[in-house]
Write a protein that binds this ligand. Structure first.
Ligand code: IPM
Ligand code: MG
Length: 366
């Protein structure tokens, strides 16, 4: 079968890591007899340089027409890059936000789990790690503070800035349904995270989640305040299966959860709407400081491509093959520098490889 994949290579390490994901997809194509064709879509800093804006209407059209979109990363160094001298709506990140809104990608799925072979990279103590942990964060992606009205103006001679956090019942319901659906395929537990002791939007969130929960009698669910959740993530991460939360809380908690695994270079993500299409990207950023050196870890992007196979194309066998190939490469002792053990006595057991070699090794094991 033929699949039309939109590819946003983006900025920083984006082009390198996307290249490796394409290598792995091509290996899947050869082995399972699929044809992946790629169309490059400009977004982020590279789009600003080429067109003056971070995302053109043409690029949105290309993304909409694709069967799914695979992305590397966008943006540069926020203190030194000229892109950050532009007004906010013209900066690289604005392109990503516009794409999320244009494709109605309201559901952002971010897995965070501990790899058995990378346990040592986890910053938590052994007794906290226990038998490991495996959670997904279901983050609402097109509402809340990110998309509410905002303004900066002078009030009584003082500069004053306002951002607004709005959620409608419908917006909460559709993400809650996604969260409970995914829980049904996992360990059947949902932790809905809010700040209902302070915010009206959170009180509505709670009410709607409780309502949705009635349709999922097999799923255990609980509410948790966001500050407590931040604490629980480092105290006892194994308690979480699905964390369901709004846009801003999800942004912050997903960074925390990925850091807790110790291997942010390994974590993928999917942004989905109500169609089969979606946007797949690593959870990490564009790492401009190491761009072009062939040392970035392409695994998060390769695993994002696996999510694309699974969720957009229903190619479960193929996704399994990619995930198994990643685990095998780790078992075989290959590491990019970010996941290489630091202790001298351990180093002889591992082989440090660059970005493109890591891609070759994984493609070879598909
Ligand atoms: C993310 C990023 C984005 C966000 C930025 C780049 C706008 O941090 O995908 O988590 O805040 O959503
Ligand atoms: Mg973020």
């Amino acid at each position: 079968m033929k699949y039309h994949v939109g590819v946003i290579s983006g900025d920083g390490i984006g082009p390198e890591i996307v290249n490796e994901a394409k290598k792995v997809l091509n290996a899947v194509g050869t082995k399972f007899d699929h044809d992946f064709e790629y169309e490059e879509i400009l977004m982020g800093g590279c789009s600003i340089d080429a067109t003056g804006v971070p995302l053109t209407d043409e690029a949105i059209g290309q993304a909409k027409a694709a069967d799914a979109v695979l992305m590397g990363s966008i943006g540069g160094n926020t203190s030194t890059s000229p892109w950050y001298k532009l007004e906010p709506s013209l900066r690289p990140e604005a392109g990503l936000l516009k794409l999320r809104k244009s494709l109605n990608l309201f559901a952002n799925l971010r897995p965070a789990y501990l790899y058995e072979d990378l346990k040592e990279a986890c910053p938590l103590r052994d007794e906290i790690i226990g038998d490991g942990f495996d959670m997904v964060i279901m983050r609402e992606l097109t509402g809340g503070l990110y998309f509410g009205e905002r303004e900066t103006k002078e009030v009584n001679g003082v500069m004053t800035a306002t951002d607004t956090l709005t959620y409608s019942e419908e917006e909460i319901r559709r993400i809650a349904v996604k969260g409970f659906d995914i829980a049904m395929k996992r360990r059947k537990k949902v932790t809905s995270v809010d700040k209902a002791n302070v915010l009206d939007s959170s009180r509505l969130w709670r009410k709607v989640v409780e309502d949705v929960a009635k349709d999922y009698p097999e799923v255990t669910y609980e509410h948790m305040l966001v500050d407590n959740c931040a604490m629980q993530l480092v105290k006892n991460p194994a308690q979480f299966d699905v964390i369901l939360t709004e846009n801003m809380f999800g942004d912050i908690l997903s960074d925390e959860a990925s850091m807790v695994t110790g291997s942010i270079g390994m974590l993928s993500s999917a942004s989905m709407n109500d169609t089969k299409s979606g946007l797949y990207e690593p959870s990490h950023g564009s790492a401009p400081d190491i761009a072009g050196q062939d040392i970035a870890n392409p695994i998060a992007t390769i695993l994002s491509a696996a999510m694309m196979l699974r969720y957009s194309f229903d190619l479960d066998k193929e996704a399994d093959a990619v995930e198994a190939a990643v685990r095998q490469v780790l078992k075989d002792g290959y590491r990019t520098v970010d996941i290489m053990p630091q202790e001298d006595e351990k180093k002889p057991y591992f082989t440090q490889v660059g970005c493109s070699e890591m891609g070759d090794l994984i493609a070879g094991r598909v």
